[in-house]
Ligand binder design. Structure first.
Ligand SMILES: Cc1cc2nc3c(=O)[nH]c(=O)nc-3n(C[C@H](O)[C@H](O)[C@H](O)COP(=O)(O)O)c2cc1C
Ligand code: SF4
Length: 726
């Protein structure tokens, strides 16, 4: 057990809000069990007069390859190196699904900020939205100009279902087990403290605050010094008064006249080391990280077979790694938030939603840009994803903060592909049925809509992440449903193994490593190498596919550096390049999305970008030209000139031909299943991608078209057009 030293203010039976305590004459120093998971002032016990031991028992060295544990100096030498914690830079981290941790973290910030004695303004950071790379804080620690040390305070909820906490804990565990990195990175901190929020009525016993307890343990294992006992607050019964009490206690600790002693040899909190034996002396409330598996197993019933943390199958009745959770369980806030926005959650990790273009096409009011570019009629299209989880936190995604995330390993229960497909179709048709009464719905289109012909695997999340993606695509094709799959270029191994799809998209969100980090906020630190690998895979292994680069332009983020974009095109040789202006999807404060309307490009700016890119490619001898546009969606298509025959573009897809080629078993490539592009979709055509048959129903489009014409003639300022198509 690690015995830390703090002053006597935490003496037995003393309220944290009370007057500063009187010093105990005989023994001014008290020992605190920093491994205790219970926040209560009475955990302070008087230290024995002699024989202070930094460890209570011999621990067996954990299984590591590198990372030599420093030798602890005798206590006297640690006392010579005092440290005033109030001079530290305090970081307050939180993660939240329903807002309480954020509120408590804010209260903590306000308290510390109001204290004159604290030299440095605290920093309040959401682990989900403000920390792009957990490694920056939990594998390394920030260096301060004035040489001050850092203190981490973490306000953390616990969730029985999948939540960002799973990802955070997984990161701590991975860091601890990563032989390439310093095993005790957090020993550089002045210390840390965890405030856990939970609900003891519904999740009592070991489940109460189990994830904050796990975080507290991992931070200790990573070399952090526990400055203050973990708080475990039931937000149902105790709430604010108790969290304030903890905050007050923590603040008092910072001001304590008796310094916290640090040793230069960075002694490690040994109580958190794996010792291979059960900690018999630990109290009932202490939950070992290793025990979490048992705990979760007992809560999830027996006999179920799920996927383990590393994708392995684990039986709930056996001991072993943590059993997989559902990615989006029915009682989770993520589920509620998604369903509220019109998503139908299929199984536990898939989703389907009717896009506005499907509704529009049902009413004869026009299809999305994919009709202009590829001949997809929107009322025959189903938009779905078999994985709501993603490995990025893109600035233009409205969901980050609550969306499930993972780096490269699927860590959830897996639904079988037939369950996903049948569920998605059922959900889609149910929503179509509900549109029956919408004014203007055309009967023939309404009836046709009950036979889906296209599947856009692009909704949200990362479809390629789903372990059965190939079986899923096969099932779509067996029903003669085309597959338009969009991936984020972060999973080269999955991409290399992907079987034939009708059209394979790779999102290219920025041209350089720095910009990509800013725009996509990827979870993987080798995100750039992953992207580069994906580009190589497109040019080689997946050369047989009809491949498309998808660029989403965000002003101020990724609209410069045409040359680097051209480098990527040169590297991957995609069949086509789709460029669209980003859609504005809500205020930054609500979802951590930093975009404002200022970041949404005008259509003219998009056009300029595409023309410059085209010139750059051609100057390098690459045969690409601008083929088509859909001004309504702020979307432009460039294509390799092999899609142009005798002056006519062939970007449309012959879907029956695609299926017959597939069924023949013969090898075929992108130009083997093409159809001519209608002239109204040509870039620079009068219609600018407006289908003449549909525009007559679309007053908004008509209005827009007229304004564009006026704009071309220089009559009005350029107007802003957002891309609302998926
Ligand atoms: C679906 C769901 C699962 C939960 N699971 C647990 C749990 O396992 N243990 C626990 O102590 N609290 C659990 N809670 C309670 C939350 O941790 C608690 O409400 C917390 O204050 C939420 O923090 P947040 O608002 O910052 O997300 C759960 C709450 C919900 C809605
Ligand atoms: S916007 Fe996407 S989902 Fe909707 S019709 Fe077009 S391709 Fe299909």
């Amino acid at each position: 057990m690690f015995l830390g030293l703090i002053s006597s203010h935490n003496t037995k039976n003393q309220s944290l809000n009370a007057e500063p305590p009187k010093k105990v004459k005989e023994s001014p120093i008290y020992a605190v069990d920093f491994t205790s998971t219970v926040f209560t002032p009475s955990t302070t016990t008087q230290m024995p007069k002699s024989g202070i031991k930094a460890r209570s028992k011999r621990k067996i060295q954990p299984k590591v390859i590198k990372g030599v544990k420093p030798v602890s100096p005798p206590l006297e030498s640690t006392l010579t190196n005092s440290f005033d914690v109030k001079d530290s830079q305090v970081y307050i981290f939180y993660t939240t699904l329903t807002g309480s941790s954020q509120r408590v973290a804010q209260a903590m910030y306000n308290k510390l900020d109001s204290m004159e004695e604290i030299k440095l303004t605290p920093k309040l950071l959401s682990l989900d939205d403000d920390v792009d790379d957990l490694e920056e804080f939990f594998m390394k620690t920030p260096e301060n100009d004035d040489g001050s040390k850092n203190i981490y305070v973490l306000v953390l909820p616990s969730y029985e279902m999948d939540s960002p906490m799973d990802y955070f804990l997984e990161h701590l565990q991975d860091t601890y087990q990563d032989f390439r990195v310093d095993k005790y990175p957090l020993s550089k901190l002045a210390g840390f403290a965890v405030l856990g929020l939970g609900d003891s009525e519904s999740w009592g016993g070991k489940k109460f605050c189990y994830q904050s307890k796990a975080a507290d343990r991992w931070l200790g294992k990573l070399g952090g010094r526990r400055l203050f006992p973990i708080g475990q607050i039931c937000m149902k019964y105790q709430g604010e008064p108790k969290t304030n009490e903890w905050i007050q206690g923590f603040a008092e600790m910072l001001l304590d006249k008796e310094p916290i002693y640090l040793d230069t040899n960075e002694d490690i909190d040994d109580s958190d080391m794996e010792d291979g034996t059960k900690d018999n002396e630990s109290d009932d409330t202490l939950v070992d990280v290793e025990d979490m598996g048992d705990m979760m197993r007992s809560s999830s019933g027996s006999g179920t077979t799920t996927k383990g943390l590393r994708g392995e199958t684990v039986s709930s009745s056996s001991s072993g790694p943590l059993p997989a959770k559902e990615m989006v369980s029915k009682n989770s806030p993520t589920y509620k938030s998604l369903t509220k926005q019109g998503y139908t959650i299929v199984g536990s990790h898939s989703g389907v939603k009717i896009c506005r273009w499907t509704k529009s096409a049902l009413r004869g009011r026009g299809s999305c840009y994919k009709f202009a570019f590829y001949g997809i009629r929107s009322h025959l299209c189903m938009e779905t994803t078999p994985s709501l989880a993603c490995s990025n936190k893109c600035v233009f995604c409205w969901r980050h903060g609550t969306n499930p995330v993972a780096k490269s390993n699927w860590r959830w229960e897996v639904d079988q592909p037939e369950v996903v497909l049948e569920g998605a179709l059922e959900g889609h048709y149910k929503k179509i049925k509900q549109l029956r009464g919408v004014p203007g719905v055309q009967l023939d289109r309404f009836q046709e809509a009950f036979t889906v012909k296209h599947c856009a695997l692009s909704l949200v999340g990362e479809p390629i992440f789903y372990p059965h993606i190939n079986e899923f695509v096969l099932m779509l094709h067996a029903k003669h449903i085309s597959s338009f799959l969009v991936c984020n270029a972060q999973h080269p191994d999955h991409l290399a193994k992907l079987s034939k799809v009708t059209q394979l998209y790779v999102s290219i969100d920025a041209p350089t490593k720095t910009d990509l980090k800013k725009v996509d906020r990827p979870l993987n630190s080798d995100f750039w190498e992953r992207l580069m690998l994906c580009l190589d895979i497109l040019r080689t292994v997946q050369r047989h596919q009809r491949t498309v680069f998808r660029l989403t332009l965000v002003k101020g983020f990724n609209m410069n550096d045409i040359e680097s974009y051209a480098d990527m095109v040169e590297r991957a040789c995609p069949s086509q390049i789709e460029i669209k202006g980003a859609t504005f999807c809500g205020s930054s404060s609500a979802n951590g999305n930093p975009l404002t309307m200022q970041n949404i490009p005008f259509y003219d700016e998009c056009r300029l970008f595409v023309e410059d890119l085209c010139k750059e490619l051609q100057s390098r001898g690459l045969d690409y030209e601008i083929a088509a546009e859909h001004a309504h969606s702020c979307c432009i298509l460039m294509a390799h000139t092999r899609f142009k025959k005798e002056g006519k573009w062939y970007t449309h897809i012959d879907y029956p031909k695609f299926f017959s080629l597939l069924e023949s078993g013969d090898e075929f490539t992108d130009i083997d299943y093409v159809l001519e592009t209608p002239e109204w979709a040509y870039y620079g055509s009068e219609e600018a991608g407006f289908n003449p048959e549909d525009t007559k129903f679309d007053r908004k489009a008509e209005k827009l078209k007229k304004r564009l014409e006026r704009e071309k003639n220089g009559d009005v300022d350029p107007i802003m057009i957002n891309n609302t198509a998926e």
